[in-house]
Design a protein around this ligand. Structure first.
Ligand code: PGA
Length: 264
């Protein structure tokens, strides 16, 4: 089996002060420096207020930094929001769009996520679009339909040439956070396969090269089962990654499991 690049990321959500973020990033950079970045991409999304200090104190080639959200307009009457231009000022080139908490707590719609994706690409960002069905969607048996809608609207109007600037995180809403139940590797694999086929429908066969990361209660007990699945290109980790040494361990264990199964 041909080996592929693996993707590991964490979203720090509304956790960690500026000092804590900088300490975390410095530790993570130190711990993971020896891992070839041809083999992995490692990214962290700190809070807005930590971004400037994070950029100054982190080697972006070792730990790629990004923002957790942004508005689609360059400027305007959007009190409390941050624009792509403001993020560019910090030299960032990665932004997450449509995290489940944005969709469900802040009621963002697929159309808004699409506006953000297009704005991100226009400004030269890599756009990480998060998709995932709720427990209710799953119970009705419409998970695949929901993912299809989120992807088709989210990437509507995006040109094929932008494929290298796209990432997808599959995070079933019911699996995220302290009350979440992680998806089984079988279930994640099934949904990742579905996502890849929708990406091929949107962008042509090359759409399948867009990395699809699994997220939602990733923990040391399930990383190896998830990362060894054919359609899982990476892991998007929350709580289990917020201590640098734990994240470093999780990355190394995943890489080892992936290499072991790839060599079989
Ligand atoms: P969790 O968060 O790993 O803590 O469930 C995942 C996420 O929200 O991306």
């Amino acid at each position: 089996m041909k080996t592929k690049k693996l993707y590991f990321g964490t979203n720090l959500k509304m956790y960690k002060t500026i000092r804590m973020t900088v300490d975390y990033l410095q530790q993570l950079e130190e711990l993971t420096r020896d891992i070839s970045r041809d083999e992995i991409e490692l990214f962290v999304l700190p809070s807005y207020t930590s971004l400037e200090s994070a950029v100054k104190s982190t080697d972006n080639h070792v730990v790629r930094l990004g923002a957790q959200n942004m508005n689609w307009e360059d400027e305007g009457q959007f009190t409390g929001d941050i624009s792509p231009v403001m993020l560019k000022e910090l030299n960032l080139d990665l932004v997450m769009i449509g995290h489940s908490e944005r969709r469900h707590v802040f009621r963002e719609t697929d159309t808004e996520e699409n506006q953000k994706v297009k704005a991100a690409l226009k400004h030269g960002f890599t756009a990480l679009l998060c998709v995932g069905e709720t427990a209710e969607d799953k119970a009705y048996g419409v998970s695949a339909e929901v993912l299809r809608t989120q992807l088709k609207i989210g990437f509507s109007g995006v040109e094929r040439e932008k494929i290298p600037s796209l990432r997808v995180a599959y995070e079933p809403v019911w699996s995220i956070g302290v009350n979440g139940t992680p998806a089984t590797a079988d279930y994640a694999e099934k949904m990742h396969k579905e996502i890849k086929s929708v990406l091929a429908e949107i962008f042509g066969e090359d759409g399948r090269t867009i990395p699809v990361l699994y997220g939602g209660s990733v923990n040391p007990g399930n990383t190896c089962q998830l990362i060894t699945r054919k359609y899982v290109d990476g892991l998007y980790v929350g709580r289990a990654a917020w201590e640098a040494s734990a994240f470093d361990r999780l990355i190394r264990e995943s890489m080892e499991a992936y290499k072991n199964q790839a060599s079989k």
